[in-house]
Design a protein around this ligand. Structure first.
Ligand code: C2E
Ligand code: CA
Ligand code: CA
Ligand code: CA
Length: 278
């Protein structure tokens, strides 16, 4: 029995070492990716009940020379732990603003949403850097939405609100991402000057018109309505889901594989080019 225990500990420490190794590898690689321009901006459509594209969410990818596309689910947590999330986040915001200045994006009146890590937003110079970026690119800030998860509330809420108010004055919009999956109290969350909630895909996936999960979705919709917030449903994969959602909330925007997978921003520009030439 003693040996078995030792074996287990051995296997455990090996697994730990492996994780640590992978972690270090990713961190080192991410450094190089930032330096050599191996990050890619993907976009995914958000559509209204008429199927019209209203906006897009920007999603970052890492185009690894050997391993191919690496998912942000793998490298964002490591970027956050290592501090690389700051240059990475800067890069994303810059790309998003450049895309917003593109004639096709302007002509279509599209909005763009960018994911912002709580760590990034807590940087003392976040507001001044974004203000400078908006000025430099000449972007209409009302077309830019910053998405945060509830983890933002783990820090000084007064400081967060002050920063949000400063950016609101420029027109920047705010969304709570993965709404309903955090542990923060609703009244606390609603102190933030937000304009949108993004209903988590787990709610949409489990949604049945009459089941408890359907009730959860309806509860989210009621919260949004009471606060006059826009709602985006994430992870919409089936037509039936859009029918149920739109019956409950006609102004809802839907985002998911049913409408489009995330695609490279350059490809999106090319596709839109073809469409408008046809
Ligand atoms: P998120 O912000 O909740 O983004 C939605 C995720 O759901 C994306 O995964 C998207 O590709 C995926 N998705 C969209 N539609 C569907 C669908 O119909 N079905 C399913 N099963 N999934 C769908 P992705 O692109 O792998 O991103 C994962 C997470 O990484 C994001 O979750 C976000 O938290 C983070 N992330 C992505 N880009 C950035 C970024 O630029 N900065 C930061 N800080 N985080 C980012
Ligand atoms: Ca998001
Ligand atoms: Ca989300
Ligand atoms: Ca998420």
């Amino acid at each position: 029995a003693k040996n078995q225990g030792a074996g287990k500990i051995h296997a455990y420490s090996e697994a730990l070492a492996e994780t640590a190794h992978r972690h270090l590898q990713v961190e080192k690689g991410l450094h190089e990716a930032l330096e050599h321009g191996h990050l890619r901006l993907f976009v995914q459509h958000q559509v209204d009940m008429f199927g019209k594209v209203a906006g897009m969410e920007a999603l970052v990818r890492w185009q690894h020379p050997q391993e191919g596309l690496i998912s942000p689910a793998e490298f964002i947590p490591i970027a956050e732990e290592s501090g690389l999330i700051i240059p990475l986040g800067d890069w994303v915001l810059e790309q998003v603003c450049l895309l917003l200045t593109h004639p096709r994006v302007k002509a279509g009146g599209y909005t763009l949403s960018a994911n912002v890590s709580a760590l990034q937003f807590q940087e003392p110079d976040f507001v001044s850097k974004l203000t400078a970026l908006l000025q430099r690119t000449g972007v209409d800030a009302t077309r830019l939405t910053l998405e945060f998860t509830e983890s933002l509330l783990l820090t000084d809420i007064e400081a967060i609100i002050r920063k949000m108010v400063a950016l609101r004055a420029l027109g920047v919009q705010f969304a709570i991402d993965d709404f309903g999956t955090g542990y923060s109290s609703l009244s606390y969350l609603m102190r933030l000057p937000i304009q949108e909630i993004k209903m988590d895909q787990s709610f949409i996936r489990d949604m049945q018109p009459d089941a408890a999960s359907g009730a959860l979705v309806q509860a989210c919709l009621m919260v949004a309505k009471s606060q006059s917030l826009r709602v985006v449903a994430e992870g919409v994969e089936e037509l039936a889901q859009t029918h149920v959602l739109q019956a409950w909330e006609p102004s809802i925007l839907c985002q998911g594989y049913l409408f489009s997978r995330p695609i490279p921003a350059e490809q999106w520009l090319q596709d839109t080019d073809k469409l408008s030439d046809a």
